[in-house]
Design a binder for this molecule. Sequence first.
Ligand code: ADP
Length: 608
Amino acid sequence: MKYVLFRKIFLSSLIIALILLISLEIYLSSVVKDTYLSNLKDSLMIQAKLMAEELPLTFTNNLDDFCKRYKEKTGARVTIIDSSGRVLGDSDEPSDIMDNHSNRPEIRDAEISDVGSSIRFSKTIQKNFFYLAIAVNQDSDKMFLRLSLPLHGLEKAMNTIRMRVIIASLLALFVAIIVGLFQTRKITKSIEEITSFSQKVKTGDFKKRLFLKEKGELGDLGKNISDMAQELNNRLQQSEDEKRKMEAILRNMSDGLMLTDKKGRILLFNSSIKKIFGIESNIEGKTLMETLRKVELMEVVDKVVQGKETISREITVTYPKELYLMTTATPFYSQASTEEISGVVVMFHDITRLRQLEEMRKDFIANVSHEIKTPITAIKGFAETLLEGAINDKENAYRFLETIRNHSERLNSLVSDLLTLSRIELGDIKIEKTTVNLDAVVNTIFETMREKAQKKGLYLKKEISPDVREIQADKDRLIQILINLVDNGIKFTEEGGVTVKVQIPSSPPFSKGGHGGINDSSFVLHPSSLNNSIEISVEDTGIGIPKKHLPRLGERFYRVDRARSRELGGTGLGLAIVKHLVKAHSWDMAIESTEGVGTKVRISCPVA
Ligand code: ADP
């Protein structure tokens, strides 16, 4: 690069120097020539005039001798010509043999304006000659006196000047080359620095800054490039940061997000899209139809492109999981000013849980209505029968009233269980843990349930390990949990009884998968928890629960035998309440049961 620049500078200086040299030579030559000729003309004029005065007035012979004499004095060739052009005398040749001179340019000019001059090449002497002729009046006759000199003096002078000009120019050129070289070196050094700096910037290396020693335009250029690179670096940094933020947002978004062009070609998507639609390959650049195979999605995108308005639609996905997705498609414009849509942003919000809750709500309302309707219908029916006259039939009337009371009690327990559940769910029931004596709690429960158990001839047994006397719990809620469980035990046991045990578990509290159960599926057995937990269990020798029902126990109104449960005054909410209260204590629960053998509900209470 350095040599290219140098060559260019050198060549252009050389050309300029040559042009200058030639112009100078032409100019000086013409000045020298003009001056020389003018001086020559003046001097020859003076000599010619002086000579004219000496011309003999009369002469018989030719004037060759006169001319020769004067040539010796002046050094110039002297020729005398009469008005007809005949040569009367000449210093160099015999005038008799000389041809007529009337057509010579200097003679013609002198004829008109008394003085004439010209430069001609003499074939005889092979040199340029300067001729000056003046008109001389001799007795009413006109004659011409002509002096001529070879111009070798002029050529000599011009050659000398040319030589000097060349020497001076070569000297100047040499100096110019040296200075140019020095200047070029300085400039190329700066340019090299700028080039190497810009090469680094090109490869993304913005670490160094550019400082040039050179001042002036090149210095400014260097500074501007350095500033520009710095600015570029800042902007790149900013856009990198923005990109990173965007990527972090996209990556951590639970909602699926994708960007498509107007034809539904996927331009961008986040990781949730892969999870939602069970995609493993890269879908960038592919169409929605190819990848997600959802016609309704393509329709939504088309509609957004045509209508340029946001559209929301619910779509369902069956693979890899059944999901309900609220899909919102919005047009996007790459430039704020433009009216033309660049593509569509599609958001997928998982509303499966919402849908499930809605379903649960519907089921719940249907269940509650059904549960309430039964006792109310019965109460209404028996009351009407009584009013219609059965009241007078004392024996039956008593039975009917008792049925009405039983149904009212059922209704009462139903409403009270529902209230308890909703209070737990609303957070109205706060768990306030205190140190609770387990023996005392179990005694209270047994006192409450003793009569019910005795009626069925069942025993109530407690086995409390001496190592565990106390527990951190909300006493009233713990009593409620155990009453519900003991009550279930009594209800679904015909022989034997119910045992409440409190111990430090020696075996894993809940075996996952074996018996299923309603223990929180997130419960993870940790070896250390074996020693750091207390297990409270309620075990009966009753009818047991078929395996297939175990996973659903604890759902509201879920019962194995609906008719039997109702007959026994159950509401189908007991285990749901237990489950919620156990969870509120941050405990875990599992149900193990064998049909015809009995049921065991185990509650694991971690000790801090
Ligand atoms: P219910 O008021 O019907 O007892 P729960 O929620 O307490 O309602 O129990 C739900 C269902 O679980 C019961 O209807 C019953 O079928 C079954 N169940 C609960 N505990 C036992 C048990 N100890 N033995 C057998 N089945 C039980």
